[in-house]
Design a protein. Structure first.
Length: 351
């Protein structure tokens, strides 16, 4: 069974979502440790999570998804599907009627269509109110459910803060124009609407992100530059030999901490950015990854430099039942820009 954090990453959802599903009785963990309260999920829960995701994409609310997934007979499932079909047909009819009404008003007033504000290829629109650093403090399903001072979700999300740089300048995965934030990751680009509001004496930003709302609190109004907010390591280190690490190592896993690694379990190796690393005499390091860049090594650290900056990910070697595994810190944009502690790639020496 997997801890809730590992299961959340596998299913590409947040830990808060899994906890909420547990409260609803929609996706109940297979085991809860009575002493720590940690939730654990078995392999069969992946299929259940995929089904929930499919139904959400089709517009099912969570109460209907719960009814569908808990149904003991096909008749109940057919009724749930039929009711959703009727709701969607009514929505389509109402939407068509509303679009016709808007077209009629547009034609009557001779309003000329313009480019949508969510198109980031159009001219940047400034918003001085958002310049500065914003801290992630909560994630809610409705704006009115946010309670200042609770600070639930600064830990657990993939970022802890966002900098709104002057001119909408892009850094890491973020850029912006008035009213919108663009997030670009390996999974694609998402444009989310934001709103500002005062609560409890603080200035907050509400970013509408699919079925959840990210709540950020304004920490300051400083006009930061990219150089000020990036983190770099010292890579000008002298070479010190380490014969233990020489040779080629291939990726077998990706974990948050060394203690999370289980040699009997293989989860990520076929879909990871890093593929292999070859440590050569004298400090040369050959890395096989989706976009290679020059790298070196010295005892205890790899030394990398790319477009994001310079990092010195530490490495360590552990033995599991006679097989040696190499753990290398992964210092990506999360570390350079997001101030996150690095996770670790796990390698096994090639035969």
């Amino acid at each position: 069974m997997e801890k809730i954090g590992d299961f959340a990453r596998r299913c590409e959802v947040t830990i808060k979502t899994l906890r909420y599903y547990d409260e609803l009785g929609l996706l109940v963990p297979d085991h809860i440790d009575p002493s720590s309260g940690y939730r654990y999920y078995g392999a069969d829960k992946v299929g259940e999570m995929e089904r929930i995701g499919e139904l959400k994409q089709l517009g099912f609310p969570l109460d209907e998804i719960k009814l569908f997934c808990s149904a003991k007979d096909d008749g109940t499932k057919r009724r749930v599907i039929f009711e959703r079909q009727r709701a969607l047909e009514k929505l389509a009819s109402d939407t068509a009627r509303q679009l016709d009404g808007l077209a009629a008003i547009e034609q009557k007033l001779n309003i000329r269509k313009g480019e949508p504000m969510t198109d980031f290829n159009t001219k940047f629109v400034d918003d001085e109110a958002v310049i500065g650093r914003w801290e992630l403090v909560d994630i809610v399903d409705k704006r009115e459910n946010f309670v200042p001072g609770r600070d639930n979700y600064r830990i657990g999300h993939f970022f802890k803060e966002i900098y709104f740089l002057p001119g909408g300048q892009e850094y890491w995965i973020f850029s912006w124009t008035k009213g919108y934030v663009k997030t670009s990751t390996g999974d694609g680009t998402m444009i989310s609407r934001y709103e500002l509001g005062q609560k409890g004496g603080g200035q907050y930003m509400f970013i509408y992100n699919h079925d959840e709302i990210l709540v950020l609190r304004q920490a300051d109004k400083k006009r930061y530059t990219k150089a000020e907010i990036s983190k770099s390591d010292n890579i000008d280190l002298p070479f010190t030999d380490d014969p233990r690490v020489l040779g080629k190592w291939s990726v077998v896993d990706f974990v948050e901490n060394v203690a999370d690694f289980d040699p009997a379990r293989r989860r990520w190796a076929h879909e990871l950015y890093y593929k292999s690393a070859e440590f050569l005499p004298g400090g040369e390091l050959r890395c096989e990854m989706e976009s290679a860049f020059p790298a070196r090594w010295t005892k205890g650290a790899t030394l990398l430099k790319n477009g994001n900056g310079a990092t010195a990910p530490a490495y360590e070697i552990h033995d599991y039942d006679g097989t040696k595994y190499l753990f290398i810190e992964w210092k990506s944009g999360d570390y350079i820009w997001g101030d996150r502690q690095p996770c670790r790639y796990v390698f096994r020496r090639d035969a």
